[in-house]
Every structure is written in C-alpha cells, then in structure tokens.
Design a protein around this ligand. Sequence first.
Ligand SMILES: Nc1ncnc2c1ncn2[C@@H]1O[C@H](COP(=O)(O)OP(=O)(O)OP(=O)(O)O)[C@@H](O)[C@H]1O
Length: 354
Amino acid sequence: MATVEYKNIAKVFGNVEVMRDISLSIADREFVVLLGPSGCGKTTLLRMTAGLETVTKGDLFIADKRVNDVHPRDRNIAMVFQNYALYPTMKVFDNIGFSLEVAKVPKAEIRKKVEWAAEILNLTPYLDRYPKELSGGQRQRVAMGRAMVREAEVFLFDEPLSNLDAKLRAHMRLEIRQLHNRLGTTTIYVTHDQIEAMTMADKIVLMHAGKIMQIGTPDEVYERPNSKYVADFIGSPSMNFFEGTVEAAGVPRFVAEGVSIDLSPGVGAKAGQKVILGVRPNDLGISDAGGIKGEVVLCETTGADMQVHARVGAFETVAVVPRGERRAPGSPVSLSVQPDKVHLFDAATEQRIG
Ligand SMILES: Nc1ncnc2c1ncn2[C@@H]1O[C@H](COP(=O)(O)OP(=O)(O)OP(=O)(O)O)[C@@H](O)[C@H]1O
C-alpha cells in the first residue's frame, strides 16, 4: 500500500494546456474520488498516474518514489476501466489470473490467488464461464478481481460503473467500498457522478477546467463549498442562488429584487457588498405566511419528497419538502431559511465569504 503525491503537475496535449499546477496528496489507504464534469481533466490525471500519459511538468510520486519516467508495468498500480477490458476468449479464471501467468507465477499460487479474489467478489460459481455469459455487474467484479490478484499498491478506477443500470450501480458502489474497507488499498476513483463521489469517497477532489476547485470530505464540500462553482456542482437538485446586496444596519440582511433574508450576525460580508446567496433546496421551508413571498410554478413528487418550484422576485427557486405539501400552480407560497443555512459568495470572485 502506498501514498500518491502530485506536485505542480501540468499537462499539455500538442500546444493545448489541459491542466496546470495540480498539487494533491493522497494518504496510504485513502479512497479519493476525482470528480468533475466531462473534459475537466480527471481521466488525464488518472492516466498520468497509471503511466499511460506522460507528465508534461511537475513530479508524480507513488510510495515516495518519483515515477514520472517509470514504465506503467513497474508502478505497482492496477487500473479498472469503464469497459472492463476483459479478454472475451478467456474464462473468468484466466481473465483474473492472466497478469500472474504473464509474470510466470507458479500455477498453484495463481489458483490460490484467483480463488481468494473470486471468494471475496462472489465469483466462485462463475470461474468457468466466459465474459459474455456474465451480467454487467459480474463482469465489473472480474475486472476488480484482476486488479486484486496483482496485489497492487494503488487501485485506479476510471468510471467503472457507468455502463451499469441505476440499481446495479448502487449495489456495486457498496461492493467497491466494502472491498476497500477489507483490503485497504489506496484508491483513486474517477467519476462525474456526484452521488458516487459523496457515497464512496474519504476525500473528494472536485476539478473544473484542469484545476482543482476544492479538496475535502463529502461533508465538507457539501456543507462548506468554497466557491459558487462547487456549491452548484454538489447537491441535487442544485443549490438556489440569489444575487443581491448585503445591508448591515443592526442584523445584517441580504436584499435582492423581491427577496430579503436575515443573515447571521457574524457573517463576513461588508455592508454594500454585492453577493450571491445560496440555499440548498432541502434548507428552504415553505409555509403560507411570513418569510420570502413567492408563487408556485410546479410541484413534482420524487417519491419520498416533493419538489416545489416557485418564482420569488426575479428568481426561480426549488424547495424539497415532505410529500404532503403539494400546492397548485399559481398559488402564493412563503419560503423560509435559517440564517445558519445560508451560503454567501462574493459576486465578483464567486468565492465563499466567511
Ligand atoms: N489525447 C488527447 N489529445 C488532445 N487533447 C486531449 C487528449 N486527451 C484529452 N484531451 C483533452 O484534455 C481535456 C481533459 O480530458 P479528460 O479526458 O481528462 O477529461 P475528463 O474530465 O476525464 O472527461 P470525461 O469525463 O469526458 O472523460 C479535454 O479538454 C480533452 O479534450
């Protein structure tokens, strides 16, 4: 097992710089998720870690050893891809054991390791089958088995669940996380799915346009997003945003067209400062009186909850409330928010205030 360290990493393809000055430390046994929209550079960072892409600038360390120029084979990593990359003409047993066979490990030892991995992954009944005779989830487990038998120091996952249906994805999330709890292998996992990131990660690294926007535990990035970008990316439905000004006579107050919200007394904003105020849909309560006045646009039920879409002044908002709160479109509604549930960002820099 090992640490992974990125120091001022940059990546240029041709003359296009897709990544600049990435620095990140991953602790031994940590499960880190690289999260971000398509094109943000997460796969490129993973492929550089694997040695499948060169590092243009900076230093990459695995287990305290600089590996920029080390061949992928000698990095002691195992990678699990989105498309599993199984060999179609080999049975499950041989797929899992193939790398050991190439390394000329004695047959008895290969058998022992493959059976050990199959047992943990619930693949024992399938060792004699070909990949095409397996379900998507089973194929995914075979791909993980291949990584496990190599006793790699670091596991790299590149969107491993994106080809599975929603239910199986949820199940495999749990399995991968349990596997990590059991083996403790340092893991770097790439996804654009925030639910995967929130449920699996010890630490989320949120990327955008080749830069790291925030590093933190799932709770930290959810509860204290350091910028409007992060606040908007994490959470579903997305955070509500209101652009306005802070007024500070007595209790500080946020004011925008049709909106007035009390802020916590200690809030770091200055009087007159232009800000963006954010509230998570779950932190918006609705009632018939008091609070911020608005008009219901639409109510949608998601099963357990109801999403109330409302127009408030110049803003579209959504509140997630218990299912019984259905209201007709066009009816008046009042929205309330606790001052300590408010997120404030500077309007110009979009960075968190306080
Ligand atoms: N071989 C390449 N040549 C040129 N540009 C590339 C190459 N590979 C990736 N890029 C560019 O680098 C940027 C980062 O790509 P990368 O695949 O790392 O993004 P990603 O966040 O993993 O996205 P996705 O979720 O779509 O895979 C993109 O703008 C992409 O177009």
